[in-house]
Design a protein around this ligand. Sequence first.
Ligand code: GTP
Length: 301
Amino acid sequence: MKKKVLLMGASGSGKTSMRSMIFSNNPASLTSRLGATIDVEQNHVRFLGDLILNLWDCGGQDAFMDSYLSTQRSTIFSHAGVMIYVFDVESREMAKDLEYYRDCLDGLSQFSKDASVFLLVHKMDLVREGERSAVFQRKAAELDKASGDFPVKVLGTSIYDETLYKAWSSIVNTLIPNARNLNTHLRIFAEACSAMEVILFERATFLVIATSSSSDASDSVVTHSLDPKRYERTSELIKAFKQSCSRLREEFHSLEMELAEFTAVLDEMTKNTYVLVVVHNPVVETAAIKMNIRMARKKFE
Ligand code: GTP
């Protein structure tokens, strides 16, 4: 199953930086060396077995944008599953950015009216911490208004923190056909392991695919004391750890942590996924968790 993902936005807003961090495992520090994207760079990323993301990174210089909206219109906007539109939070040309955005939304409504739209207010690290929430709210309201009746999801992002992983996890989740089933299976698996929580990550990107905790009110009693950023922080930390491993020419396989308060095991679940099992019960041995993962593999393949 192939899903087309359009990555659009003004030149320099940060599209290729995000793509190279999420899909090519490049560190943020290397993104300043990226040149402007010429026309469209297409990539196929195998994501979870059968699902192939066909990523269209559309260079944002005006001449390219004009051509996407005219001669290339049907090529660009046909068969899209998702459009991600990136706005630089510090853009000095917001009126022009919005005009292009509205034109792209028109193209999308014409050729792929069922596509999901994600708007990223990007480079949030450039806004002072105390002002971030207010700036984001203001931008989100502006973007909602510009989107008219088209349902859009607005997220704040930066390549320098976990918000990048949170946004891309929720984007990719809209493309996984059985995401809800996976949550249910993980919940059953968590119970079988006496785990506080079980999280499934995609192998190459380390994006969160499913978790054993649901967002239901009943579960919030259990999870209220846990950090709401724990999933994307884990993605960010493991990716950094994998980069350190590759600098030392070592390959990352698995991770075990035994602390006074909890035991955590991160191990391969299937060919395309890793699972993190967190157990707070000191009686449960690490070896037992690993055996449970081994035994659950078949079910998740
Ligand atoms: P085109 O290819 O011309 O369309 O541009 P682009 O949108 O692909 O921009 P690119 O990814 O090349 O990024 C432009 C610059 O923004 C680079 O120097 C990045 O390092 C920088 N950048 C990207 N993301 C962030 C971010 O979250 N915060 C900050 N401060 N800078 C960022």
